[in-house]
Design a protein around this ligand. Sequence first.
Ligand code: NDP
Length: 320
Amino acid sequence: MKAISVSQAGGPEVLQYTDVADPTPGPGQVLIETFGTGVNFIETYERSGVYNISYPAILGTEGAGRVVALGEGVTNVQVGDRVATAQGISTYAELFLAEAGRVVVVPDNVSDTVAAALPLQGMTAHYLTNSTFPVKAGDVALTYAGAGGVGLLLTQILKLKGATVITTASTPEKRELAKGAGADYVLEYDDIPGKVREITNGRGADVVYDGVGKDTFDGSLASLRTRGMLVLFGGASGQVPPVNLQRFNAAGSLFFSRPTLKDYLLDAEEVSWRGNELFSLVAQGKLDVRVGGSYPLSDAKKAHQDLESRGTTGKLVLVP
Ligand code: NDP
């Protein structure tokens, strides 16, 4: 099969479209013929060496497709089922494996493209708002990159929960998109704490979901209410350097979490709770999944360049 292989850390040019052996499902695994593979920031961190992985490697954990073979003992899915996962194994490929307990069967009225685009960013927005800081009606949430993949989903889910959403976006077009997803306030990146204080009559946000990291971290701390919670879930602008913990005291006895998706998809039950709830929202027309770019698998390099260039909106998908 064709796959995108990486043999050393580097820029997008290290992504090689190449022939590799077809994978075979082991016990408890399913083999999936790929409809689409989601492109995520984590793959740029793995490709560039920000996160340690061993090379050579085939990147990717998100994908959707049709089950074409079952490993020993698999009973929850059948050959022919359309499935999606955020935890596949090497999904930048024409075929990929997943543990059977890590896939969700895709409802008939959800398209192949949406099935490939939703799992990772959707489950992220789901755990951030249901589990890391369970949002309730009336909460004020500050998020960033409101036109991005996670950002558009996060805003929609926060609005379904009755929160007030303040988000940011760097261009007028992106601000329009963020507004269209339901954000109450869409800011530019200057003086965010001042604007959040103005919007909240001086109180500050109940929660900040910060996936931009290095450039926004200080403003995130300064935007929270006393005993508010900062959830740092990524570093699109770079990783946050070491922090003096005393700052959480000085800024108002703040709570802090640095979560990652795998710790919120611990077992098959958690996977199906989050996955089925998300697909059901899509099927009911309550959650819109914006695919901002679809690329042939062979163009993974371009997809990485675009994602890192800050120019994309919504989700990028690779199609074999
Ligand atoms: P996005 O589609 O949101 O793209 C990143 C966006 O960040 C850009 O479009 C841009 O929006 C904004 N941004 C601000 N500063 C910069 C910068 N210096 N360089 C690049 N982008 C910048 O990406 P994703 O939705 O895929 O991911 C968003 C974040 O969520 C990432 O940090 C990712 O690592 C994290 N994540 C974390 C997970 C977890 O479990 N912890 C799981 C999934 C994603 P604008 O131009 O409007 O500012």
